[in-house]
Design a protein around this ligand. Structure first.
Ligand SMILES: Cc1ncc(COP(=O)(O)O)c(C=O)c1O
Length: 393
């Protein structure tokens, strides 16, 4: 039987990167002790009051269809949160509720791109971008963020990447996998280009509340950018709610009307009890998110300290998020080989940086989404692994 070309465009690459992770899950189910440094899922419980809100919603029968793009009070709370963080002035009419940030990304791409368009993405970037943009038939044009430049974007390459076919710049800040937070100069450069060439910017700020030093600026607040920026995010990382699938896109009202049509044919809205729980999360006093952020910062410091002083690997200190990139170039192993052997010899899972783009070739992504005792043991195993490579070289 024949399938659509879309199926081809969204398949393939990326799957291999998860092989070690999948092996880790499988082996753990069979009783093996595994140190999982491969997944960006916060290991904390969703705040108790959020869970209670969902349970009480279920018990009270909040189990029917809901407003397609989100209940007004929830959309207003999302606008409010964005305004508080960034000083912008959005209203509920600027908000579309989505099934996590991933769905916000897919829908934004579908709303803005068509076959033949070019979309700029920074390399390395989160693995699902290739398929989400590819689904539209647009061509993804990569702008390198080289490891020897601290994974910061090459702004000259960015300017050179814009062509008459460019329609959207997809930006992730803070970046998964590198933990880089775009600075004012970098964002201004993107904003200037977007205005000069009449481009959209989709800004994925799913880690914006997990910044360790400084702040995450929102490009939507730069002059002339509000009408051409879609900011996407979710509760997945800020509230340890990856499994609840609550996210959003904030942008111009006309964009939200298109998102409404997409939701109509794609999701038909999110469950009411989930929306009540999300509202509870958004109306909190911020202490849960602060605690999550402080914990990740402590773990980041721990990993940096534990892996410092190794001869053959090095890392950039991430400014945000839950990942650190280990440069393994001097081990003599490819990043894929490093990932495979680190697992088979030390039972530590990680992800090959190449899955995120060519600029992260020779790097391995480690997630610090496990408790500190386990993380210490995982670091000790990485040290042993690197020492073994050194002595056998
Ligand atoms: C940069 C980035 N964007 C989007 C997502 C998807 O997030 P969500 O769970 O809200 O769909 C992730 C998940 O790891 C991510 O790292």
């Amino acid at each position: 039987m024949r399938y659509s070309d879309l199926c081809r465009r969204i398949s393939g690459e990326g799957a291999e990167a998860w092989q070690t992770h999948s092996a880790g899950i499988r082996d753990r189910q069979h009783g093996k002790t595994v140190y999982m440094l491969s997944v960006g899922d916060p290991d904390f419980d969703t705040p108790a009051s959020v869970v209670e809100e969902a349970v009480s919603g279920l018990r009270s029968g909040d189990t029917h269809y809901t407003e397609i793009t989100g209940r007004p009070e929830l959309c207003a709370a999302i606008a409010n949160r964005m305004n508080t963080r960034t000083g912008s002035s959005y209203t509920l009419a600027n908000v579309s509720l989505t099934v996590g940030c991933q769905n916000a990304l897919y829908c934004s791409a579908a709303a803005l791109l068509e076959p033949g368009d070019e979309a700029i993405v920074f390399d390395p970037t989160y693995v699902t971008y290739g398929a989400a943009l590819g689904a539209t038939g647009a061509i993804a044009v990569s702008v390198p963020c080289p490891s020897d430049n601290g994974f910061r974007p090459d702004l000259r390459a960015l300017r050179a990447a814009v062509t008459p076919k460019t329609k959207v710049i997809f930006l992730v800040t803070p970046v998964n996998p590198t933990g880089v937070v775009y600075n004012r100069e970098e964002l201004q450069c993107i904003a200037d280009l977007a205005i000069e060439h009449d481009l959209w910017v989709v800004s994925d700020e799913v880690y914006a509340e997990l910044v360790f030093e400084g702040e995450c600026l929102s490009i939507a607040c730069f002059e002339g950018m509000k009408e051409r920026t879609i900011t996407i995010s979710s509760l997945s990382k800020s509230h340890a709610m990856t499994g609840w699938r609550v996210g959003w896109a904030v942008g111009p009202e006309e964009f939200c009307r298109h998102m409404s049509n997409l939701a109509l044919c794609m999701t038909y809205g999110l469950p009411g009890f989930i929306q009540s729980a999300a509202l509870n999360a958004l109306n909190d006093d911020g202490s849960d998110t602060r605690q999550i952020c402080e914990t990740f910062k402590r773990r980041r410091d721990l990993v940096v300290k534990e892996l410092a002083g190794l001869n053959r690997v090095s890392c950039e200190v991430p400014q945000a998020g839950m990942f650190i990139m280990l440069n393994v170039e001097n081990t003599g192993l490819s990043s894929a080989e490093f990932v495979r052997r680190l697992y088979s010899e030390q039972a530590v899972t990680s992800i090959d940086g190449k899955a995120f783009g060519n600029s992260a070739d020779n790097c391995v992504r480690l997630a610090f989404t496990i408790g500190e005792d386990q993380l210490l043991e995982a670091c000790s195993r990485i040290r042993s692994f690197v020492h073994d490579i050194e002595t056998s070289a």
